[in-house]
Ligand binder design. Structure first.
Ligand code: AMP
Ligand code: GLY
Length: 431
């Protein structure tokens, strides 16, 4: 029969989690709540929102779910894991206390500074006067971050002090982010290249995954406003093996130990967003979950059984776990609705998906889609993540764009330069 697994969430990351679990040996049945048109191919979608914790708990209990894997941060920060654990239900993810590494940027910063984890200097401020003083002291450019969850919109990179003061005012006085903006962090601006490390931990042992790189800005060349992520690739050559060991020893392990020492033992996926400059890696942010769209390039290259990894994590049993990786490369190009991350229209039929299902090196992850009768239509800003696997990044990029060009819907938009930083390194011959 196999085990029953529930995936909470309904974006591209959750499609990738559903597929990896579906392909795992021990899994017999996958449910997705709420899922999307893509997860429906491998999982039974359940009509429960990812914020309805009591309904999710009751569903898991009624169906005797063997493991629930939580995708997004909001239910984790709201305590879904505490709720499941209290009901004796096995669950993959951190408790609310541990999820504060993402739920409060002030908490995360204090934890890092106390544990000696390399990160930008930053000061928490609760009043605009305080923020103005900090901004004047630090000078522009400077980064203003809302303390709490803000759906990826809480960070302002201010080029001038006026811009920084305006961002702090919007959060502290105008309530732009609600309670999430009652405190802000005024942070030193870092330069360099970014990368993401996804890791799993049981609170004591850490297993890191291959490095990846996201593309947050909407336009080519990293121009324009921030988005939820326009594409990703793995492995990211900015992080070599030696640097990855350094990140494990200087960032992941001390952070996990500091959380355990503070009585908030961390279990689940821990995401470190890092900036690499001449001094080495510095943490920009922690997330209490897998990255989106990083998961869509990392999991397709994982050879080890993903369900076994999640189950061992949830059971506190990760000692001596080593992951096996396919030595190829993966690239995801995200297609969005025209206008995103601003206003956009939904409900347009998507064509070209059938032409891609038989290619073993292509996976089309759904993010904002839904079924309208038997048609798949657009239903969000980020619509699809087209992942291609190739012998190297350049080959994967080529395959991904060949596949993307077969897909169409009204006002489709995607970046044309995903993985350009990795390709530039190859051109320079320094990889
Ligand atoms: P966060 O949500 O904290 O990752 O911030 C979103 C994005 O803002 C990051 O991926 C970076 O591109 C940028 N960012 C955050 N903190 C800094 C910083 N201290 N210096 C420069 N860029 C930053
Ligand atoms: N890709 C950025 C994130 O998952 O937060």
């Amino acid at each position: 029969m196999g085990d029953k697994v529930l995936v909470v969430g309904g974006g591209g990351r959750e499609h990738a989690l559903v597929l990896a679990l579906y392909q795992s040996d021990g899994v017999g049945k996958v449910y997705a709540a709420p899922g999307n048109a893509g997860t429906a191919s491998f999982a039974e979608n359940v009509d429960i929102g990812d914020g309805d914790i009591p309904a999710l708990r009751d569903f898991a209990s009624k169906k005797s779910i063997d493991l629930t894997v939580v995708g997004p941060e909001a239910p984790l920060v709201a305590g879904i894991v505490d709720e499941f654990q209290a009901a004796g239900l096995p669950v993959f993810g951190p408790t609310a206390a541990a999820a504060q590494v993402e739920g409060s940027k002030v908490f995360a910063k204090e934890l890092m500074l106390d544990a000696g984890v390399p990160t930008a200097d930053a000061y928490p401020c609760e009043t605009l006067d305080d923020a103005k003083r900090c901004i004047a002291e630090m000078g522009a450019p400077v980064v203003v971050k809302a303390d709490g969850l803000a759906a990826g919109k809480g960070v302002t990179i201010a080029v001038t002090e006026e811009e920084a003061v305006a961002a702090a005012g919007a959060a502290l006085e105008e309530g732009k982010f609600g309670d999430s903006g009652k405190r802000v962090l005024i942070e030193d601006y870092l330069t360099g290249e970014e990368a993401s490390i996804l890791a799993v931990t049981d609170g004591e042992n850490v297993v890191s995954m291959i490095p990846s790189q996201d593309h947050k800005r909407v336009y080519d060349g990293d121009e324009g406003p921030n988005t939820g992520g326009m594409g990703a690739y793995a492995p990211a050559p900015v992080v070599d093996d030696e640097t990855l060991r350094k990140i494990e020893n200087q960032v992941l392990k001390p952070t996990i130990k500091a959380l355990a020492d503070a009585g908030a033992t961390y279990s689940g996926a821990l995401y470190a967003g890092l900036m690499f400059d001449f001094e080495g890696p510095k943490v920009l942010e922690f997330n209490c979950r897998f990255g989106d769209p990083e998961t869509q390039v990392v999991l397709p290259l994982l050879k080890s059984d993903f369900y076994e990894l999640c189950a061992k994590t949830a059971a506190g049993n990760l000692r001596d776990t080593e992951l096996e990786w396919n030595r190829r490369a993966a690239v995801t190009v995200v297609t969005v609705s025209g206008g995103y991350p601003g206003e956009y229209k939904k409900g347009f039929p998507i064509s070209g998906l059938d032409a891609l299902v038989d290619d073993p090196d292509i996976i089309v992850y759904h993010a904002g889609t839904k079924l309208d009768g038997d048609k798949v239509v657009t239903a969000g800003g980020r619509v699809l993540g087209v992942t291609a696997i190739g012998g190297d990044i350049a080959k994967a990029v080529k395959k991904a764009y060949t596949a993307v060009r077969k897909i169409d819907y009204k006002d489709i938009y995607y970046r044309k330069d995903i993985a350009y930083k990795a390709l530039a390194r190859n051109d320079e011959g320094d990889v």
